[in-house]
Design a binder for this molecule. Structure first.
Ligand SMILES: Cc1ncc(C[n+]2csc(CCOP(=O)(O)OP(=O)(O)O)c2C)c(N)n1
Length: 614
């Protein structure tokens, strides 16, 4: 039996000898590589923290000790070693383990995550609660160098320094966000890594630990060396963290199991807030991922076939590059997602007009406002789910002041395997309520291109463009006739039912209409193109005399476009609102999820058939 198979809970790791733990590290890595190649998932970050995870479980005792992972995409070794190895092959699949920490999945997952930079705040909350309750357990936040630059992390650090309680922050520095990390904090960390004192640490301390594998007593001896070394060598003053009132320790090599275990043992004894700077290699142990950490940040599983047509992201990328060539005022902003949002080409061709601001969506939106008022034509590309972070910036900075910015929201709708933290299903309900915004939902790449080109020419007010992950459904639809706000497009005639489909849902409606036709129900299909300002007159006139109006949207049905249509049509008009139910949707592949909530073409047709009574 493998060592990993014998781990049924977190306490089993601490019982192992160092030699067994070293073997366990290899087993964990191999298991992650083999499962993720089949299921897809976050590979590189998880591979980088295997030693750190084993070390944490050797020193701390969850669930009593609270271990809080930031973002959470690096939690695969944690899942394997905290009693979930037997279900690990189900990760990210419908009904299986989540790809992120979840409190409802294991008591060892102290705090759920998916969005970045929450760990310090959550851990500080735990630490303060512990102090009030008179408990004595330990609290640790593990945060990446990318997440450390996020506003929330700095807010948490600021408060932690003020509170001064016992808490450890492990800064897992692999010099990478998804792409290479950017910003002044990243540069500060690099300066710490290259500080000559670090090399002295290596010589004095890590060499004393030995290069493994015959450990046992050597590790224990080495722990004393580390203990002494910590005081003399590792504690380096004058870091930004010390200025925050958080004692800085490091940097230490996080992929050296004996070393990191020894350091954690000693650091756990230091009172007050401590930040341990740990260096790890993203993708560690898997050659291709070590060479291309960005490409292997998240990978698709074996089952996912090659894409055929252009994705919305590719269309956005192509259009942005074209716009950049045509107009020197076009500037692009991303919050640490140049690859995912499709801005890599733009960044290569126009490095002076491209801004990766790090994981800082709030800053990205307000920066765009300043750029716009300064005479530029900014396009900030932010996934729908991460735009939630910048709600107030959209209201207070962009909409109220009528800043002519474009916010390009990829991944609008259900994203699939990443699950509830990442589904982009609240944007319509939340952002439609804001005055002065334009909100467009292109149904295909051609329309996205046209709407983006139009959007950068508006002189006032923010324009949001929302489109889903991947490519548009392979359904033919008439060429766009207008992209002016307030004009939609009738895609199909039919007297009985009016189906209004938001974005790609209009294409699903076309498919549903064909199914309904076979059952003798004649339906028109209409694409509003713009949800705000909505084509109210067109909708009102099309709705007149129909048995029923159906609004289909891949967004929350609560307060969504369906509610808006219902509110603007005369009382007595029958409006069926088909959207995402008022529940957090789980992880599963997108098609599966759409079927589960009745938003696939067949379910749409069935529901309309039931309502009409055939
Ligand atoms: C608020 C928010 N914005 C963007 C993302 C997308 N995202 C996921 S992981 C990641 C990079 C995190 O880098 P780092 O914290 O250094 O962790 P690493 O993957 O390097 O371990 C980003 C930008 C996110 N999860 N949350």
């Amino acid at each position: 039996m493998s060592i990993l198979d014998g781990i049924t809970g977190p306490e089993d790791v601490a019982k192992l000898s160092m030699e067994e733990r070293l073997a366990l590290v290899d087993e964990v890595r191999n298991r992650i590589i083999s499962v993720v190649s089949a299921t897809g998932g976050h590979l590189a970050s998880s591979l980088g923290v295997v030693e750190l995870t084993v070390a944490l479980l050797s020193v701390y005792s969850p669930p009593v000790d609270k271990i809080v992972w930031d973002v959470g995409h690096q939690c695969y070794p944690w899942k394997l070693l905290t009693g979930r190895a037997d279900r690990f092959s189900t990760i990210r699949q419908c009904g299986g383990l989540s790809g992120f920490p979840r409190r409802d999945e294991s008591p060892c997952d102290a705090f759920g995550a998916g969005h970045s930079s929450t760990s310090i705040s959550a851990a500080l909350g735990y630490a303060i609660a512990r102090d009030i309750s008179g408990d004595e357990h330990r609290v640790v936040a593990i945060i990446g160098d990318g997440a450390m630059g996020g506003g929330m992390a700095l807010e948490g650090l600021n408060h932690l320094g003020h509170v001064g309680t016992d808490m450890l922050i492990i800064l897992n520095d692999n010099e990478m966000s998804i792409s290479p990390n950017v910003g002044a904090i990243a540069s500060h960390l690099t300066r710490l890594i290259t500080d000559p004192r670090y090399n002295r640490i290596k010589k004095d301390v890590w060499n004393a630990l030995g290069r493994i594998p015959s450990l046992g007593d050597r590790v224990r001896n080495a722990a004393h060396v580390v203990s002494a070394g910590l005081k003399k060598t590792l504690v380096m003053p004058e870091t930004i963290f010390d200025d925050f009132g958080v004692r800085y320790v490091g940097p230490v090599p996080g992929n050296d199991l004996a070393a990191i275990t020894g350091v954690l043992q000693r650091v756990a004894e230091i009172p007050g807030p401590v930040l341990l700077h740990v260096l790890t290699k993203k993708g560690k142990g898997y050659g291709p991922a070590e060479l291309d950490a960005t490409g292997y940040h998240g990978v698709a599983g074996n089952g996912s076939g090659k894409r055929g047509s252009e994705t919305f992201t590719q269309a956005f990328s192509r259009t942005m590059t074209g716009l950049g060539r045509e107009d020197g005022r076009i500037v692009a902003v991303t919050a640490a997602m140049p690859d995912g949002t499709g801005l890599v080409e733009f960044s290569r061709e126009f490095p002076d007009r491209f801004f990766d601001v790090g994981i800082a969506e709030q800053h990205a939106v307000t920066l765009a406002c300043g750029l716009a008022f300064g005479g530029m034509r900014p396009v900030a590309a932010i996934y729908s789910t991460f735009m939630q972070r910048a709600l107030d910036q959209l209201i207070h900075d962009a909409a109220l002041q009528q800043a002519p910015i474009v916010l390009s929201m990829d991944r609008g709708g259900l994203v699939g395997e990443d699950g509830p933290t990442h589904h982009g299903i609240f944007d319509i309900s939340v952002f439609l309520a804001i005055p002065n915004v334009r909100f467009g939902a292109p149904r295909n790449c051609r329309l996205l291109e046209m709407m983006l080109r139009r959007s950068v020419r508006f002189d006032t007010g923010p324009t949001l463009l929302r489109y889903p992950r991947g490519e548009a459904p392979a359904v033919d639809s008439p060429d766009p006739v207008s992209i002016e706000p307030g004009r939609g497009q009738l895609l199909r005639e039919g007297e009985e039912v009016l189906m209004i489909g938001v974005g790609v849902m209009s294409l699903f409606c076309l498919q549903a209409a064909a199914v309904l036709e076979g059952r003798g129900i004649r339906s028109a299909v209409y694409d509003p193109v713009w949800l705000k300002p909505a084509p109210e007159e067109e909708i009102a006139s099309l709705a007149r005399g129909r048995k029923m109006v159906v609004v289909v949207e891949e967004g929350s049905a609560t307060g969504g476009f369906g509610c808006f249509v219902d509110s603007m049509l005369p009382i007595g008009t029958r409006v069926l609102k088909m959207g995402v139910p008022d529940l957090f949707q789980p992880h599963a592949c997108r098609d599966e999820l759409l079927r589960m909530i009745g938003l696939d073409p067949d379910s749409i047709a069935d529901r309309i058939g039931e309502e009409i009574g055939t």
